[in-house]
Design a binder for this molecule. Structure first.
Ligand SMILES: [Zn+2]
Length: 315
């Protein structure tokens, strides 16, 4: 069993939809909670897209959301006058490049918030993919079938897979890292500059992107408004705490924090709460809310973490 970001993927609820007589449809509980109400106030564009939902969340910034899979992953296209950055490429279930080509005619460079499979699925479609110079990144760039296959079990899907999608051959396709990047590099898009902040912890190659002039911070999986996964072997909790402190120090300069799952916009104050929350959990001050085998869920002040059960209170 695995936790989804929505924490209920294991619960399949059987309902009998109206008009279908005795025919029973299995709908995962997380899926029944969609659409999330926060999306009502966002401007949807390209409404004819079916697998992706696209929202304009700031001038020249598009959230590309995949609500039909339990990760509810969000990639971002950030457009300047000369070029655009695609911050993550999603699940690879449907071709994200077809969406970005409708949103901009400028060249698109891919940067990944980190290289877990749900953020790199469309990397192979792009010529320019920047990567961190990390062993973890190079290993993931070889692709994998197993992790991708684990994402498409019925309890993790909400509605139809796209036409032409073949579940049998679904895999994270390998990609080529065209450039190595490092902390502090600036990507000039023309009229907009993005700064790469190395924020390891969730993974060794995790980065955040700062658009300082516009007060935007893209946090990847370092922060998103759902249980933050900090239980995998590649996670380093000491590094995570240092990274979230670095981000929290920017909070007063920011207008929006944009995370990589569930909901694309958050108030910058959340970064300060995030530091307090992870420190309380690590100090053993927060009892686990729920346990699932090796993993425990901790929630404090509206922020949740999924940690190895023996991690809290251990420094
Ligand atoms: Zn991740």
């Amino acid at each position: 069993m695995r936790f989804s970001r929505a924490l209920a993927a294991s619960a399949l609820i059987c309902v009998t939809p109206f008009g279908l007589g005795a025919q029973t449809e299995h709908i995962p509980e997380w899926c029944r909670a969609l659409p999330r109400p926060e999306y009502k106030s966002l401007e949807r564009v390209l409404a004819s897209e079916t697998w992706f939902e696209v929202y304009k969340v700031a001038p020249g910034v598009f959230a590309i959301y995949e609500p039909r899979q339990a990760e509810e992953v969000i990639s971002y296209l950030i457009v300047g006058h000369k070029q655009a950055v695609l911050f993550d490429t999603g699940m690879g279930v449907s071709e994200i490049r077809k969406v970005t080509s409708k949103l901009t005619s400028r060249p698109v460079v891919v940067l990944n918030s980190h290289t877990h499979n749900d953020h790199v699925g469309g990397n192979w479609q792009f010529t320019f993919v920047y990567g961190m110079d990390a062993e973890f990144t190079r290993a993931n760039a070889k692709g994998s079938r197993e992790e991708a296959q684990a994402e498409i079990t019925p309890d993790l899907l909400c509605g139809e897979l796209p036409k032409g999608f073949n579940p049998k051959t679904y895999a994270t396709k390998p990609w080529k890292i065209s450039h190595f990047m490092h902390d502090g590099i600036k990507v000039n898009l023309g009229g907009r500059t993005l700064e790469v902040l190395s924020t390891p912890g969730h993974t060794p190659d995790a980065i955040s992107l700062l658009d300082r002039a516009n007060g935007l911070l893209f946090t990847g999986d370092t922060y998103y408004p759902a249980p933050i996964w900090l239980f995998r072997p590649e996670t380093d909790l000491d590094a995570y705490v240092a990274s979230v402190k670095r981000l929290a120090a920017l909070a007063s300069q920011l207008k929006i924090v944009l995370g990589a799952h569930n909901i694309p916009v958050a108030h910058p104050d959340v970064l300060v709460k995030l530091v307090a929350a992870i420190e309380s959990v690590r100090a053993g001050k927060v009892p686990p809310q729920k346990k699932d085998g090796e993993k425990s869920l901790y929630t404090i002040d509206g922020i949740s973490f999924l940690l190895n059960s023996d991690a809290a209170g251990v420094r």
